[in-house]
Design a protein around this ligand. Structure first.
Ligand code: GMT
Length: 374
C-alpha cells in the first residue's frame, strides 16, 4: 500500500507511535509518506520506502496565526496525487483529521480515505475543550476509520463525544528487537558508579506527567537506600524539577539526560521505571521500559491498568500517592531477585501483547478493511 502518515513530529507519544508505525510498515514493503511541518524526531532509520514531505506555512502580516491546517490539507492532497496514495493515516485528531477531511474532498473524484488514530489528550484534554469539541467530533465522525490506543480511550471518546460510529482499539506497540534487556556496564556506570539501583523516568515534562512526584518518590527511596535517578526527556516543567532537585540537595544523585533518540539504550540500564501521571491513555514509555525488562510503578489511571499488572510486572498507585509509590520502589529494589522476576514478567507481557510484530498486522488488516469499505 501507499500510505500518507501525518503526526506531530516533536517529542510526544503520538508522534513516536506514528513514526515507529511508518518505519515498521516500510520494513513490511509499504511505501510511507510522512507529511508534517518537520521531519519526525524518531525517524532515525533510513529506508528507500520512506519519504518525507514538508508542509510550509506561509505567513502574512494579516495572520496572527498562520493557518497550518489549510497548508497541511493542500500538501496532503498534492502528495496523494503525486505519490498515488491509497489512504491517509493521521495521528492525533486536532487538527490533522480536519486537514485530512479537506484533502479527501479536494482529491475527489479520486478516492482518498483517511483513518484517524486518537492518542489521548486530543480527546481527554484538548478535544473536549469547548472551542475544539464540535469540530473534533465532526472530523472523527467523518473519518473512514477510527482507531484508538486503549480500551479506556475508546470509552472516553464515546462518552465525551457521544459518538455512535465503530472505533477499533489497536494498542500501542514496541519494537521488541530494539527494546530489550541489554546491559551496558560503561553506560550504567555513568549514572551509578558504585552499582546503586537506578530509577528512571521518561516523558515530555508536561504538567500531566507530574514529574515533581518522581523526585518526591526518589527522595523517599534515597532516605532508605543508596540509589540514582535518571530523567529522560524535556519540556515545560524541567526548570521547576531541576530547582526541586537542587532544593532537596539531590543533585549528586539525579541525572537529567534531556531528549534522546535511542532511548532504548538508556532504558535498558534501569532497575525501575516511574510514571506518576495524572492521566495516560496508554503510557507508551511504561511499555518501552517493560520491553527492556524494567518493572514499572505507575498511577492507576486511564489505560495504564491495561499495560501494568500489579504485583506481577509492577505496581499501580493513586495519583499523588508518592509515599505508596516509594514503599513499592523500596520493596522491589531491596530484593534484586524480586526485581529481576518482575522485569522478566514485564518483558514477557510486552512481548506477548504489544510487540510490533503483533500489532502492525492489525493496522494492515484495518487499512484493508477501510479500503474495501470505501
Ligand atoms: O503524553 C503526552 O502528553 C503526549 C501524547 C501525545 O499524543 O503525543 O501522548 C498520548 O499518546 C501516547 C501514544 O499513544 C500515549 O502513550 C500517552 O498515554 C498519551 N498521553 C496522555 O494520555 C496524557
Amino acid at each position: 500500500m501507499r500510505i500518507g502518515i501525518t503526526c506531530y513530529p516533536t517529542y510526544g507519544g503520538s508522534g513516536v507511535v506514528a513514526t515507529e508505525l511508518g518505519m515498521e510498515l516500510a520494513e513490511r514493503g509499504h511505501d510511507v509518506h510522512f507529511i508534517s511541518y518537520a521531519m519526525p524526531i524518531r525517524l532515525n532509520r533510513a529506508h528507500e520506502r520512506i519519504h518525507f514531505h514538508e508542509v510550509e506555512v506561509t505567513s502574512y502580516p494579516l495572520f496572527d496565526h498562520p493557518p497550518y491546517t489549510l497548508s497541511l490539507a493542500v500538501k496532503m492532497a498534492e502528495v496523494a496525487s503525486s505519490a498515488g496514495l491509497d489512504l491517509l493515516h493521521v495521528h492525533y485528531a486536532i487538527p490533522h483529521s480536519v486537514s485530512a477531511l479537506l484533502a479527501r474532498q479536494m482529491a475527489a473524484p479520486r478516492r482518498l480515505p483517511f483513518i484517524t488514530t486518537l492518542h489521548g489528550t486530543d480527546i481527554t484534554l484538548v478535544g473536549s475543550d469547548r472551542s475544539y469539541l464540535p469540530i473534533t467530533r465532526f472530523s472523527i465522525e467523518q473519518s473512514d476509520g477510527v482507531t484508538c490506543v486503549s480500551s479506556y480511550l475508546k470509552q472516553a471518546t464515546l462518552q465525551t463525544f457521544g459518538i455512535k460510529r465503530p472505533i477499533e482499539v489497536v494498542p500501542n506497540f514496541v519494537n521488541c528487537d530494539l527494546y530489550k534487556h541489554e546491559r551496558r556496564e560503561e553506560l550504567r556506570a555513568q549514572f551509578a558508579p558504585h552499582g546503586e539501583p537506578v530509577l528512571m523516568h521518561l516523558s515530555n515534562f508536561r504538567p500531566v506527567k507530574r514529574v515533581p512526584d518522581v523526585v518526591e518518590i526518589f527522595a523517599l527511596v534515597r532516605e532508605k537506600m543508596p540509589a540514582k535517578l535518571v530523567l529522560l526527556g524535556d519540556g515545560p516543567d524541567r526548570g521547576a524539577v531541576e530547582w526541586m532537585v537542587h532544593q532537596k540537595k539531590l543533585g549528586d544523585d539525579v541525572h537529567f539526560l534531556g531528549k534522546q533518540n535511542r532511548v532504548y539504550e538508556t532504558l535498558a540500564q534501569a532497575d525501575l521505571f516511574i510514571l506518576p501521571s495524572e492521566l495516560e491513555s496508554f503510557g507508551l514509555a511504561a511499555l518501552e521500559a517493560m520491553a527492556c525488562e524494567v518493572p514499572v510503578i505507575a498511577t492507576n489511571v486511564g489505560g495504564l491498568p491495561e499495560v501494568v499488572t500489579p504485583g506481577v510486572d509492577g505496581y499501580l498507585v493513586e495519583v499523588g500517592d508518592v509515599a505508596g509509590a516509594a514503599r513499592h520502589a523500596i520493596d522491589i529494589l531491596s530484593s534484586p531477585q524480586r526485581a529481576r522476576e518482575m522485569g522478566v514478567a514485564a518483558r514477557a507481557s510486552a512481548a506477548r501483547n504489544y510487540c510490533a510484530s503483533k500489532i502492525i498486522p492489525q493496522y494492515e488488516a484495518y487499512y484493508r478493511s477501510v479500503l474495501e469499505a470505501s
